[in-house]
Design a protein around this ligand. Structure first.
Ligand SMILES: Nc1ncnc2c1ncn2[C@@H]1O[C@H](COP(=O)(O)OP(=O)(O)OP(=O)(O)O)[C@@H](O)[C@H]1O
Ligand SMILES: [Mg+2]
Length: 266
């Protein structure tokens, strides 16, 4: 992966997102998060590292207001994310517009007849005029190198192409916070480099980014801070990437490097 320029981390003001002692089990019995707390500050690029099943996607779903904790609280922009606050006519739509989510499986967010319509969907929902919608569609097609696929049905595309369409659709909405679940996974080397540059650029322009991954190289290149989720579904570490990526005992305990020292890639 090529080396994008990493920004220093501004850690100032009130947290933009906050998770306080959150517990979550699926179906009331499969543990996913066990007493997790963390705060995300405006302008941070936070990587959430953890082995399969440690709870990364669950944490992003909670931050996106798609599920709610059994115990503890999740807050965004100072407001607790609960079904009632998300249904509020002022807060709900504003929250959805400000926070863009890229799911681990792009199939769960592609539902339009063509790539172009997929990208236009959120801007149209936001009530933007036709000229602005067309401008955003062209910009996103160019940004994610999708021009040649504009008339194709998203469900017929390859995994990596679907991921790029899903990201284009999320970015077209112009969110200030991006919750990205393994954005590099399944992309070929050129697309990975391109995406790494794009994420670094979005971050430089002030986006707050939370990225779940087990790709240590992507963390090294991009993140300003790392939270490691252990296989016990708790926060095993929270700190600068330089320190965490050197901590072999921690990485081994969190199942991020193999006993033979091999590093995890997406
Ligand atoms: N729909 C579900 N029903 C039941 N259990 C689930 C469901 N989704 C996740 N889990 C369980 O919750 C735990 C956390 O899952 P999660 O998907 O958050 O992990 P992850 O860190 O994102 O893993 P991966 O690296 O494989 O994407 C796992 O033990 C998983 O089996
Ligand atoms: Mg996951």
């Amino acid at each position: 992966m090529a080396e994008p320029t990493k920004q220093g981390e501004p850690k100032q003001g009130e947290p933009i997102l906050q998770v306080e002692n959150v517990w979550y089990r699926y179906l009331g019995r499969f543990p996913a998060l066990a007493g997790v707390s963390l705060a995300v500050y405006p302008g941070e690029f936070l990587a959430v590292l953890g082995a399969n099943g440690s709870g990364k996607s669950t944490l992003l779903r909670l931050l996106a207001g798609l599920i709610h904790p059994e115990r503890g609280r999740v807050r965004a922009f100072g407001v607790e994310l609960r079904p009632e606050t998300l249904e509020d006519a002022a807060f709900g739509p504003a929250f959805r517009a400000r926070v863009g989510v890229l799911f681990q499986n792009p199939d769960s967010q592609l539902f339009n007849a063509t790539v172009e319509e997929e990208i236009a969907f959120a801007p149209l929902q936001m009530g933007l005029d036709d000229g602005e919608v067309a401008r955003r569609v062209e910009a996103m097609l160019a940004l994610l190198d999708l021009g040649h696929l504009r008339d194709r049905p998203p469900f017929q595309l390859s995994g990596g192409e679907k991921k790029r369409v899903a990201l284009a659709a999320v970015l077209a909405q112009g969110p200030e916070v991006l919750l990205l679940d393994e954005p590099m996974a399944g992309l070929d080397p050129r697309s990975q480099d391109h995406l790494a540059d794009l994420l670094a650029e979005l971050h430089r322009h002030g986006r707050t980014i939370v990225m779940a991954t087990h790709d240590l190289e992507a963390v090294r290149l991009l993140a300003g801070r790392v939270v490691v989720l252990g296989e016990d579904h708790r926060v095993a570490a929270d700190g600068p990437p330089e320190a965490i990526l050197q901590d072999t005992a921690l990485l081994r305990a969190a199942n991020l490097i193999s006993a033979r020292g091999r590093r995890s890639r997406d």
